[in-house]
Design a protein around this ligand. Structure first.
Ligand code: 0XW
Ligand code: MG
Length: 377
C-alpha cells in the first residue's frame, strides 16, 4: 500500500526543531574541506493523535554542499508555521504547502518530508521501506570513504577497511596537485582485493583538464569517477575524453536533470543524496527511473545521525543488489547513536534495516536531542 492512498484525519499540532552536533571523530578530508563539527538538524512532527515522526538533514561542510546547517534551520523557521494543521499523511499536500511557503531549500524540506514518512509508517504499522514499495533486502550494501591523504596513509586505510569486510571504497581526491591524486589512486588500487569496488570522488574538485589528464594516466586502473567537475556542462564536455565510468552526485539535483543525463548517455550511475532532492517523496520516482533504466544508484546523504541513515537504508533496501551502489552512513566517523539499539551500523560491509518498529524503525527516547531550538504549534 503506497502512502498516497491513505487519508487519515491526522493533522500536525506541533513541530519541534533541534540542533545536534555530530563532530567528526576521525579525519575526513574532502577536496574542498575537512569535516569538523557539523550540527545536524532534527525535525519532530507531532499530530493530533500523538503520533510522532522524525526527520533529519545535516550538511558535512558548507563548502561541499549547497545549503548550510544554519540555512536549513532558518528555512525551517518559515516552513514550520506553514504546516501546522496540515495532514502529515498527505505527502502531496505537505510538499505543495512547503513549495508555496518557500522556493528551493530542498534540504530543509527533506527533513520535514522524511518525518512525515516516519509518521505514516507508525500510523499504518508499516516500515518506510515497505511504504517505498519494491522488494526489500533486510541488509543493504554500504561503502566507506578513504579521505584525502598520502598514498601510504590511504592504502593503509583501504587495507584496514577491507579487513573489516568493506567491499566498496570511495577514495576522495581533488583540491591538490593531480600527481598526488594519481599516486593515491595507484597505491589504493594496489591495496584493493579482487572483489573490492573502487570509486574516486573529487566532490567537484577538478577542472576539465585535470579530470581528463588523471583518467588518461590511470586508464589501466578499474574505478568509477564520481563528480570530477562541478557542472553538468563540464561533465558532458569531458565524457568522451575519460576512460572511467562517470558517476554524478552533486549535480544530480532533480529527476529532469537525472533523466536527461541518462538518455544522453553521460551518467553511468548516481551518488544520490536524499536531502538534495527534497526527501523520500522526491527520491521514490528517481529510484523508479534508475531501476527502469538499469542505472546504478546509491541512497544516502552528506552527514547526519540515525534518522537520515535509516532513511537512506530504507530506500537502499528497495534497490536490487545489481543496481545498488550502496547506502553510506556517517556513524563510523562520529560514532553517535540516537537509538543505541536499533541505530544503523556497519556489520561486515552491510547495514541492517533498523528493527525497532514501524516507520524508520528507530525508538527515540524523549530528551535525546535536549531542548528544541524552535517550536511551532
Ligand atoms: C560519501 N558521501 C556520501 C558522504 C560525504 O559527505 C560525501 C558524500 C559523497 O559521496 O560525496
Ligand atoms: Mg559523492
Amino acid at each position: 500500500m503506497s502512502p498516497d492512498m491513505i487519508k487519515t484525519k491526522s493533522s500536525i499540532v506541533e513541530i519541534r526543531i533541534y540542533k545536534f552536533p555530530l563532530p567528526a571523530k576521525s579525519l575526513y578530508n574532502m577536496s574542498s574541506s575537512a569535516v569538523q563539527t557539523p550540527e545536524s538538524t532534527i525535525v519532530e512532527i507531532i499530530d493530533n493523535e500523538g503520533t510522532i515522526g522524525y526527520g533529519e538533514a545535516c550538511m558535512a561542510t558548507s563548502e561541499a554542499q549547497r545549503s548550510t546547517n544554519e540555512s536549513i534551520r532558518v528555512s525551517l523557521s518559515i516552513l514550520g508555521p506553514s504546516l501546522i494543521g496540515v495532514n502529515p499523511t498527505d505527502l502531496s499536500l505537505i510538499n505543495e504547502t512547503m513549495g508555496n511557503a518557500l522556493l528551493g531549500e530542498q534540504e530543509a524540506k527533506a527533513a520535514i518530508d522524511i518525518a512525515c514518512w516516519d509518521l505514516i509508517g507508525k500510523k499504518l504499522n508499516m516500515s518506510v521501506a515497505e511504504l517505498l514499495g519494491g522488494n526489500i533486502n533486510r541488509e543493504v550494501l554500504t561503502y566507506h570513504v578513504v579521505g584525502i591523504a598520502s598514498p601510504e596513509e590511504a592504502s593503509a586505510e583501504a587495507r584496514r577497511l577491507q579487513k573489516m569486510g568493506i567491499t566498496r571504497l570511495q577514495l576522495k581526491a581533488g583540491g591538490r596537485r593531480i600527481e598526488a591524486d594519481i599516486s593515491s589512486i595507484k597505491a589504493v588500487s594496489k591495496a584493493t582485493d579482487e572483489e573490492t569496488v573502487l570509486d574516486v570522488d573529487t566532490n567537484c574538485g577538478w577542472t576539465q583538464t585535470e579530470a581528463t589528464e588523471v583518467s588518461k594516466l590511470t586508464s589501466g586502473i578499474d574505478f568509477s569517477l564520481e563528480q570530477p567537475c562541478r557542472t553538468n556542462e563540464e561533465l558532458i564536455a569531458i565524457k568522451s575524453k575519460i576512460f572511467h565510468p562517470l558517476i554524478i552526485d552533486e549535480s544530480a539535483t532533480d529527476i529532469k536533470t537525472i533523466s536527461d543525463l541518462v538518455y544522453r548517455k553521460i551518467a553511468d550511475g548516481f551518488g544520490m543524496k536524499i536531502t538534495r532532492v527534497g526527501g523520500l517523496s522526491a527520491m521514490r520516482p528517481i529510484r523508479d527511473f534508475c531501476l527502469k533504466t538499469a542505472t546504478p544508484m546509491s541512497s544516502d546523504d552528506a552527514w547526519g545521525g540515525d534518522i537520515i541513515a535509516a532513511a537512506g537504508v530504507a530506500l537502499g533496501s528497495t534497490i536490487p543488489r545489481n543496481l545498488n551502489r550502496g547506502a553510506w552512513i556517517a556513524h563510523p566517523y562520529h560514532r553517535v547513536h540516537y537509538d543505541s539499539v536499533n541505530g544503523p551500523r556497519i556489520e561486515n560491509g552491510y547495514v541492517k534495516l533498523p528493527n525497532g518498529g514501524p516507520g524508520l524503525g528507530l525508538i527515540i527516547k524523549k530528551g535525546t536531542f535536549g531542548d528544541p531550538e524552535q517550536c511551532y504549534e
